[in-house]
Design a protein around this ligand. Structure first.
Ligand code: HEC
Length: 169
């Protein structure tokens, strides 16, 4: 207890200059260690198995037949989503519907140190929805079939909207 009090007294006596030197250092330490901590998060066995299977698959998507702006979004996706794990993780995952990608991209954006702003997040989301609607079409159709009428309509509308936005370009 005595030690702790000494420590607190010292902190109290520290002049402002020291605090202003310390604060940026602490922030820097958190920012640089954050992603590594997040990447080493404890996951349950089912999640680990799912992730291992996905990561063993294709590492890239052939986007040469996609609209130019979707190809640009793919570049952002490859840059931002490889900071903590392989790109094959999202490429080969079973997520395919807009509602699933919306939830997942948000989840990844909120991981400490992701550095993904809302503009990049939206472009990545639109790439994933567009790509899934083509490359994972049978999975998308199977999932839509199982969804409730409301969910199906909402997902179908989002897919259509993204195609309308990009296919004309
Ligand atoms: C800051 C680190 C970080 C970044 C950046 C990041 N991820 Fe992740 N990702 C993780 C971690 C940690 C997990 C495992 C835990 C979890 O699912 O939250 C994961 C898991 C995943 C999974 C598998 C989830 C599952 O349960 O099957 C997918 C898919 C995924 N990420 C997609 C993405 C996409 C898409 C991006 C880019 C928008 C991205 N990640 C960027 C850290 C990151």
């Amino acid at each position: 207890m005595q030690k702790r009090n000494d420590f607190l007294t010292k902190i109290n006596h520290m002049n402002q200059k020291h605090i202003w030197i310390l604060l940026p250092l602490i922030t820097l330490a958190c920012v640089s260690v954050g992603p590594r901590f997040a990447a080493g998060e404890e996951l349950d066995d089912a999640t680990k198995a799912r992730i291992a299977k996905a990561e063993a698959g294709a590492q890239t998507v052939d986007v040469s037949h996609y609209p130019k702006e979707i190809q640009e979004n793919y570049q952002i996706f490859s840059e931002k989503c490889t900071q903590c794990h392989k790109l094959s993780r999202p490429i080969n995952s079973d997520y395919a519907l807009p509602s699933e990608w919306e939830r997942y991209v948000k989840r990844m954006m909120h991981k400490p140190g992701s550095g993904i702003d809302s503009d990049s997040g939206k472009k990545i989301y639109e790439f994933l929805v567009y790509d899934s609607s083509i490359r994972k079409k049978s999975l998308v159709d199977a999932k839509l079939e199982k969804a409730s009428p409301d969910e199906r309509k909402s997902d179908e509308d989002k897919i259509k909207e993204i195609h309308q936005k990009y296919d004309s370009k």
